[in-house]
Design a protein around this ligand. Structure first.
Ligand SMILES: [Zn+2]
Length: 391
């Protein structure tokens, strides 16, 4: 007996290329079974064998998609920066320094306040279809505050990232090498048990390529896996450094050239675009087409953070990627699901196939195309994780 049958699915996106020869692996008039939180059978509705199910859910002819895998987020912080956003919309440029304001607010917040804010943001993402979320530290920037940020992040996800190298904290402005030494030493020692990933903001006003190398090397030696914030604010070595270290993903990549494409094309590193950051900083959107043309694996994520992208909404990221970055609707949906899973080196999420986690959303539309076609409209009707309805 299976726990659950989801049936009468007008259009089921599986991300299994073997099904219809396209990356989305669409099955029309589909159904699937769930046993112990995992997909145990998937196919055409007409092939469902009459059997016992504890529960049967009808999608009423609508679309079902894999849960979004939002692979880049900063959710442990206090306060907001609405005033900074307003000033930016009136012409002030975005700079990495605003992060230090959130650092002050975060340091003076209690664990309970930080946890409450994180709960709210994770639930917000869940209600718009995000079933796997990555969470970074990076607003503590002291040993104790980075540690508690990661302890809180771990309560919500196994995809936790140590980002002590987010920005140079104010008190280390005149001694940046001392801060790098602290990140690589006592801070890393304290946080390593609570983090899967190590990340560095490698960009103008943040950390140099050589500081980035030093920090990644230390993190890898402690058993963490590398990923990077790269080439958001200007062209630079970030993408190449990421590839050099075998990073699972290089994120932002608002600036890239042919040598960056060549490096990525010969690697296992995913190129993660964060269209919410361009939106919220009114920056020029990169054109993703050369990445797809080179066969590079691409992800999109919401980059939820209080400074440069205060949203958890993956459908909005899909709409922006399509409208502003020249993704096709199919490429955008794949990048928000399977692409995000690859960026986290996960095989069990981001697709629907036998053995995968039963993480999926039922949309209110008959086609997944509506995710890009109807921006700003909540099309996610039901969200299920591990075979249980969670929203
Ligand atoms: Zn970020």
């Amino acid at each position: 007996m299976s726990d659950l049958l989801v049936t009468d699915i007008g259009c089921l996106v599986t991300n299994e290329v073997t099904i219809d020869g396209t990356p989305l692996g669409v099955i029309y008039d589909a159904a699937f079974e769930v046993t112990a939180g995992k997909v145990s059978w998937i196919g055409s509705r007409s092939e469902v064998k009459a059997s016992d199910y504890q529960k049967i859910v009808s999608a009423n002819g609508k679309s079902v998609i894999p849960g979004f895998v939002d692979s880049h987020n900063h959710l442990v912080f206090a306060g907001d920066r609405a005033t900074e956003f307003s000033a930016r919309m009136q012409g002030q440029p975005y700079a990495a320094g605003g992060i230090n304001y959130t650092v002050e607010q975060t340091r003076s917040a209690s664990n309970e306040e930080l946890r409450k804010n994180t709960v709210a943001l994770v639930s917000e993402g869940l209600s718009s279809g995000t079933t796997t979320v990555e969470i970074k530290s990076g607003y503590g920037l002291s040993v104790a505050d980075e540690l508690r940020s990661l302890e809180i992040a771990r309560e919500f996800t196994e995809e936790t990232t140590f980002l002590g190298a987010h920005v140079m904290p104010t008190e280390f402005k005149s001694a940046p090498e001392d801060y790098v030494a602290m990140v690589c030493g006592p801070m890393l020692d304290a946080v390593a048990p609570h983090a899967k990933w190590i990340d560095v903001f490698c960009d103008r006003g943040a950390f140099s390529p050589n500081q980035t190398r030093q920090i990644l090397t230390a993190g890898i030696a402690k058993g963490l896996l590398p990923r990077l914030h790269a080439n958001q604010l200007e062209p630079g070595e970030g993408i190449q450094v990421g590839v050099e270290f075998g990073a699972a993903s290089v994120d932002h990549i608002s600036h890239f050239d042919d040598s960056d494409i060549a490096a990525l094309a010969n690697s296992n590193t995913v190129a993660t675009f964060l269209p919410g950051a361009e939106f919220s900083t009114r920056s020029k959107y990169p054109d993703a087409r050369p990445m797809f043309a080179a066969g590079i694996k691409v992800a999109i994520a919401s980059d939820c953070n209080p400074g440069s992208s205060y949203t958890t909404n993956m459908p909005l990221m899909i709409a922006l990627a399509v409208r502003e970055m020249f993704f096709t609707p199919e490429q955008a949906l794949w990048s928000a699901t399977k692409g995000g899973a690859l960026a986290l080196r996960r095989n069990d999420v981001g697709h629907l196939a036998v053995g995968a986690k039963a993480d999926f959303s039922i949309l209110s539309s008959t086609s997944y195309l509506h995710l890009a076609y109807r921006p700003g409209v909540n099309l996610v009707e039901q969200v299920w994780r591990n075979g249980n309805q969670v929203s």
